[in-house]
Write a protein that binds this ligand. Structure first.
Ligand SMILES: [Fe+2]
Ligand SMILES: [Fe+2]
Length: 270
């Protein structure tokens, strides 16, 4: 059994600092095997915001796998935005833009989808996909394979298609053919779980899970309380437990549990 905490979109600079404290407490209590952070650690990629993000991460258990979000690329400083888009992320958070965590049960890979050219859209390059395919296909089938991006591969109803990671239609089948089980992302500030077969028709009909975390602490909540997910993986069963926090004084509580199982056709809700 493996327990992964997935947090996203903390947005230091526009975070509720009371919620941040409750988040640190709750994650410490849950004591996961791995923490995944799917980007937007800061609001405007400022040094002070990255300093706060780094201090926050230092209070959480290790190991951690972190990818940047569009808000971790400077917006107003044009030189930094186009010439050094991830300099501060690399300096304060991690210089590894292709992070991985591999053990006897799990193989988790992070991809950077944040780009300078768009305000909020993201993208995966040919080179990134080729490299990831090689790493993913080399992992034996017995392990659960998880891909982490900031921009999602699918959306809840009513969201802008531009929020989907660029080139997703080409990328998704390649990764699923190499055995990708679960795609974790953030960016929308809304929790959502769906099957890849809803949007992507693969030849063998296989379906991976696409799991979206809400915002862990941003004050921009888009109609949903702050939240994060705990994934419990036991052989071919995955439980996704969503923890929510309405008022910082009340802390996080378990709001929903959903369970999925894996068969030859992929992952399905139980
Ligand atoms: Fe965000
Ligand atoms: Fe974002």
């Amino acid at each position: 059994m493996r327990r992964i905490i997935h947090i996203s979109d903390i947005h230091f600079g526009q975070a509720d600092y009371g919620v941040v404290e409750r988040l640190v407490e709750q994650i410490g209590e849950l004591s996961p095997d791995l923490i995944v952070v799917s980007g937007d650690l800061t609001q405007r990629a400022r040094a002070k915001q990255f300093t706060e993000a780094r201090a926050f991460l230092a209070r959480l258990p290790q190991p951690q796998l972190i990818v940047p979000g569009n808000h971790d690329v400077p917006l107003y400083n044009v030189f930094d935005r186009f010439i050094n888009p991830l300099t501060k992320f690399k300096k304060f958070i991690t210089s590894d833009l292709t992070p991985e965590f591999i053990d006897e049960e799990l193989a988790v890979f992070g991809i950077n989808t944040a780009r300078s050219m768009t305000i909020k859209g993201g993208r995966v390059s040919h080179e990134q996909v080729e490299e990831l395919e090689q790493r993913l296909c080399a992992i034996d089938e017995g392990k659960t394979k998880i891909i982490v991006t900031h921009h999602p591969f699918d959306l809840p109803e009513g969201f802008d298609e531009d929020d989907i990671v660029g080139r997703a239609k080409k990328v998704m089948p390649k990764l699923v053919e190499c055995g990708a089980d679960v795609f974790l992302a953030g960016h929308l500030h809304v929790s959502h779980i769906t099957h890849s077969a809803r949007r992507y028709k693969l030849e063998n009909g296989y379906s991976a899970l696409i799991i979206q975390a809400g915002t862990a602490a941003s004050v921009r909540e888009r109609g949903e309380d702050n939240s994060f997910n705990l994934l419990e993986l036991e052989k071919q069963i995955l439980r996704v437990k969503r923890f929510q926090c309405g008022l910082p004084e009340a802390g996080f509580h378990l709001a929903t549990t959903e369970q999925f199982s894996k068969s030859e056709r992929g992952w399905a809700r139980m």
